[in-house]
Design a protein around this ligand. Structure first.
Ligand SMILES: Nc1ncnc2c1ncn2[C@@H]1O[C@H](COP(=O)(O)OP(=O)(O)O)[C@@H](O)[C@H]1O
Ligand SMILES: [Mg+2]
Length: 510
């Protein structure tokens, strides 16, 4: 007897269909899985055998062959346990053959027959719906993410026994659904840190507002205790809200990474990731035997904050160059390549020199050589990808003493939202959301300059010895400054402000 159950496997943050074909024939009792299974899939035999027995069924004493089709792609993980077990129950006659034909099935099995959660259920259910499947059986703990997909009935299951009773008609399972649009609108209660607590540092705050409004990469340079970390942590409080499509895209990444287990599984807020500087290159970009998204993908549509930038391993920083440019990361593996989206905003902080006090009175005792060596840890190409750089002075006593608190996040956010709204409207047909995403061709279209502005930029270009990439970045940031100003054209004051955020690389990066 042959039975076929529909399941799927992950590739990046998408899934592709896998048919689990189970054949039972007479002959010496055996249980084989073919179709390029890895060791976790092979171990599935033991889990399935025990789970079937412990759910009160006898395991067929037959020659069992399981094929995971297509047979030429490697299958990983334990998510085929449940489809294999269901296939065996159908092929052995416990359930009517073909009864589970129009279901999509995924899940790991425990030895007692209970169904355990698996990673990537959201992209799997999306894929199933795309293939015209109308019903899915998924682990109970994954039900909230599965229910985000509309147009497919989601049946959350606890254990194998419950599934057989459903198919035998004894105890029908009921489908689970949530109102996705309402869920999206129900924003999380905000426990975000507020800009009002930051005193002084007006220049850095303004630069941060521009960065948030246009999605620009941002670097802060200043002595210890000047508030770099403090400012970065407040960035989420002024970032524009997510659109529904962005929200789903981020949720898919977290689903594949196995980081969605909470009640409300839709990710509402822009991610803010701040990995420690000891992080390895592969933890940043993603990878591993069973490929998982790295920090740069977990920051997709959000912020990746690298505090103490020169302390990061050179290799880890260099590897970010391609994703910073392309908005996605490609990982090469033995059996093919994978891509994960990684369109993030890079925010970094560093001291100007090893002791940290360069430019702060006479406190710095570093030699020229030490300073150069310290700053060389960050390569020119990486620096070139940073759009806005600000120098932060130490906080003065007067700043701290002042009773007047800084501007509240809610006020800054209002301006950011306005500028973001202008961008969304302007790029409706382009499929981008932020000025930072403009391509060279789009820059020509949307960031044209008048004669006076062109003169100013030419001067600066020669004086600062800028690269072609820097030229484009200046135009993009100038577009954001103009948008914050509600101005249709980029004017001299806009351009002048932006140029001030580029002159720093000459000063430190000797
Ligand atoms: N501008 C500021 N306004 C108010 N407090 C500040 C400011 N800058 C620094 N602080 C105080 O100093 C602490 C250390 O700041 P931090 O952001 O960690 O400095 P850095 O990262 O630049 O070394 C903060 O937690 C805060 O209490
Ligand atoms: Mg710090």
């Amino acid at each position: 007897m042959l039975s076929i159950i529909q399941s799927s496997a992950l590739q990046g943050i998408d899934s592709y269909p896998v048919s689990v074909e189970v054949d039972l024939s007479s002959g010496l009792p055996s249980f084989d899985i073919v179709g390029l299974p890895d060791s976790a899939v092979k171990e599935s035999r033991e889990r399935v055998r025990t789970a079937v027995k412990n759910s009160g069924f006898s395991f067929p004493v037959k020659h069992i062959t399981v094929n995971l089709a297509p047979a030429d792609t490697r299958k990983e993980g334990a998510s085929f346990d449940l489809p294999i077990a269901l296939g065996i129950l159908c092929a052995s006659g416990v359930l009517k053959s073909g009864i589970a034909d129009d279901y999509f099935v995924t899940g790991e099995l425990s030895l007692d027959g209970s169904v355990r959660p698996v990673n990537g259920v959201l992209p799997m259910v999306y894929g199933a719906r795309q293939n015209g499947i109308k019903k899915c059986l998924i682990p109970r703990e994954n039900m909230d993410e599965a229910a985000l997909v509309e147009g497919i009935e989601v049946y959350p299951v606890h254990n194998l026994k419950e599934i057989t009773e459903h198919f035998l008609g004894k105890n029908k399972l009921s489908p689970y659904s949530v109102d996705v649009k309402t869920l999206f609108q129900k924003k999380q209660t905000s426990d975000l840190l507020d800009f009002a607590h930051v005193k002084g540092q007006e220049n850095a705050k303004r630069a941060m507002e521009i960065a948030a409004a246009g999605g620009h990469n941002f670097l802060m340079i200043g002595p210890p205790g000047s508030g770099k970390t403090m400012l970065a942590k407040r960035l989420p409080s002024i970032m524009p809200d997510l659109t529904f499509e962005e929200s789903i895209e981020i949720t898919k990444i977290y689903s594949v990474a196995g980081l969605l287990r909470s009640k409300s599984s839709l990710i509402h807020a822009r991610p803010f990731r701040s990995p420690h500087h000891t992080i390895s290159a592969s933890a940043l970009t993603g990878g591993g035997r069973i490929p998982k998204p790295g920090e740069i993908s977990l920051s997709h549509h959000g912020v990746l904050f690298l505090d103490e930038l020169p302390e990061f391993q050179r290799g880890a920083l260099e590897i970010m160059r391609q994703p910073l440019e392309d908005g996605q990361v490609t990982i090469s593996r033995v059996n093919g390549t994978l891509t994960f989206p990684s369109d993030f905003m890079l925010v970094a902080a560093m001291n100007p020199c090893p002791c940290g006090y360069l430019g702060d009175g006479n406190k710095c005792h570093c030699s020229m050589n030490e300073i150069v060596k310290y700053n060389r840890k960050i390569s020119g190409p990486l620096l070139d990808r940073i759009d806005i750089m600000v120098e932060m002075p130490g906080v003065t006593y007067e700043d701290l003493e002042g009773i007047e608190s800084g501007e509240a996040s809610s006020k800054i956010k209002r301006r950011v939202l306005k500028a973001h709204g202008i961008q969304l409207e302007r790029y409706k047909k382009e499929g981008i959301y932020f000025n930072a995403q403009l391509s060279a061709a789009q820059i020509e279209k949307y960031c044209s300059l008048g004669t006076k502005e062109k003169d100013m930029l030419r001067n600066a270009f020669e004086r600062l010895d800028l690269s072609a990439r820097a030229y484009h970045k200046i135009l993009k940031v100038a577009r954001t400054v103009a948008d914050l100003d509600g101005s249709e054209n980029i004017t001299l004051p806009h351009l002048a402000e932006v140029l001030q955020y580029r002159s720093l690389d000459r000063k430190y990066m000797l």
